[in-house]
Write a protein that binds this ligand. Structure first.
Ligand SMILES: C[S@@+](CC[C@H](N)C(=O)[O-])C[C@H]1O[C@@H](n2cnc3c(N)ncnc32)[C@H](O)[C@@H]1O
Length: 235
């Protein structure tokens, strides 16, 4: 089992190299999901639905706490057990304790309906764990429609479902967002050379170091740029 989990697809998302322009998004997301899975240990076993699952990169984090881990995707996806959009999930009401929806909401047609569906399929006492972009370059999968502020994302969750608690947190701060955006274009410019990785590594290191030094850079305040947002919505 341990070998199978070590070889599970998506290692570059669970443990992204700092030489990747999207390091800050994937690194923070992996740390957050690891912590969420650890919190579930006292409530195990739980039923997990991974919406917009892609290669199910985070299954290894939840393997030890889940009795069932089902993937659903809108496109033909050999890793997914079910096919359908987040706006019309092909599962029963209240049938999962944990509903993951990572880096999907920016790609869906109707985020309000998506939130209603995420809520519908979550069991009493269960939780939705969602993440999506504050700022990011255009990246269709298969389309790319939306970006959020922390306030806008909270509003979509609050206005479309009842939650017993709801938190929307910045995954990283302004310096990291600027490093990510600059790193994206450095990587594009230097892609055909052996020189793209060191500058992206330096940018990511610098962004993280600057954010760590300043609450004003870390928090969503007027003037901030937040690369990604993490939502915990408890039913
Ligand atoms: C950026 S990938 C994220 C994959 C995975 N959740 C992760 O965090 O690595 C976006 C995924 O969402 C799926 N997707 C896009 N629009 C969707 C929709 N309306 N409903 C369900 N899945 C969707 C895509 O097919 C793709 O697998």
């Amino acid at each position: 089992m341990a070998d199978e989990l070590a070889r599970w697809p998506g290692a570059e998302r669970r443990d992204p190299p700092r030489t990747s322009p999207t390091w800050v998004v994937r690194h923070a997301l992996a740390e957050w999901l690891r912590a969420q899975a650890a919190e579930l240990e006292t409530r195990a076993p739980v039923r997990v639905l991974d919406v917009g699952c892609g290669p199910k990169p985070y299954y290894p984090f939840f393997a030890h706490v889940s009795s069932e881990y089902i993937g659903v995707d809108v496109v033909e996806n050999p890793a997914a057990e079910l096919r359908g959009p987040v706006e019309a999930l092909p599962v029963e009401d209240a049938s999962f304790d944990v509903v993951l929806c990572t880096q999907v909401l920016e790609h869906c047609d109707d985020p309000a309906q998506a939130v209603r569906e995420l809520r519908r399929v979550t069991a009493p006492g269960g939780r939705v764990l969602a993440s999506t972009h504050g700022v990011q370059v255009y990246h269709p999968s298969p389309v790319d429609y939306w970006r959020w502020t922390h306030e806008g994302l909270r509003r979509v969750f609050e206005q479309n479902a009842e939650w017993s608690s709801l938190t929307v947190d910045a995954a990283a701060g302004t310096a990291s967002a600027l490093a990510m955006l600059l790193g994206t274009y450095v990587e594009i410019a230097l892609r055909r050379t052996p020189f793209s990785r060191p500058p992206v590594w330096v940018l990511n290191r610098l962004g993280a170091a600057l954010d760590a030094r300043s609450a004003t850079l870390r928090e969503p305040v007027p003037g901030s740029l937040i690369p990604n947002l993490h939502v915990v919505a408890v039913v």
